[in-house]
Design a binder for this molecule. Sequence first.
Ligand SMILES: [Zn+2]
Length: 282
Amino acid sequence: MSVAAPPRQCLNCDAGTPHRSQLGGLLRRCVGCGLNWTVPDPAVAPPRYEADYFCGGGYDDYFLAGPRRFEAGRRLRWLSSVVRPSVLVEAGCAGGYFLEAARGAGFTVTGVEVSRVAAEFAVRELGVPVRQGYFERVASSLRADVVCAFHVLEHVDDPRVFLRAAWETLTPGGWLALEVPNIASAAADRLGHDWPGLQPDYHPWHFTRESLARLLTGAGFQIVQQDTAVFRFYMPAGYRLRHAHRLLPRDWIDLRSSRLTHPRRGDLLRAIARKPHDPRSG
Ligand SMILES: [Zn+2]
């Protein structure tokens, strides 16, 4: 997709709503709703989700079966607390481990993945069906009861276009499940430029609980569930125990809790939203 021009106003709010410079000008933050966007650096080329992303640059672990299957199981349990097995599309399915888990639980699955390397891995190694391409472009040929997008919305050119594509894919009463980095997390406040979720070369958007909710309701969805999880949530219990001396104090200082989820201050923001049965009444 083309490189997005720097937004002159918040996607969620009126044109007159002011926004403030954050992190020395790296981000703009809407005063009205808390949506943040990265100010594009003209010297930096747009991300390529091939060589740069899934094959190097610290993302090799997208293909590691152990951690990815644990993460997929966690996400599936969260989704299954609300959604019954049905037809599911995952946008940005990477190596396909969540699709594998969902299929195992009785969902009929299809993935969409922009990276050819990742899409081919999912098909070849896990045997899950994946279409290579941008979700926004192939959505009109898909139909689903559930659309999932984990760590996708912060990458897209325009989140409203992505949500419109999800809406068109979903049957009436269908579900949308999202996870994104939480820029209102305690860790983002504490770490500033060193916050691992920042990734200005890859993340044009940053969400808070409020700004994500506003974006979803603006697109016609009804919010069913929203919370946050700490990074430890996706680490297997053995790993959490071995690294407790390093991980727990940080979360305790940030959240005053050893729990793995938190209403708003954890590292990862999660939402389940619904397309109303009758959108006109929504
Ligand atoms: Zn706003």
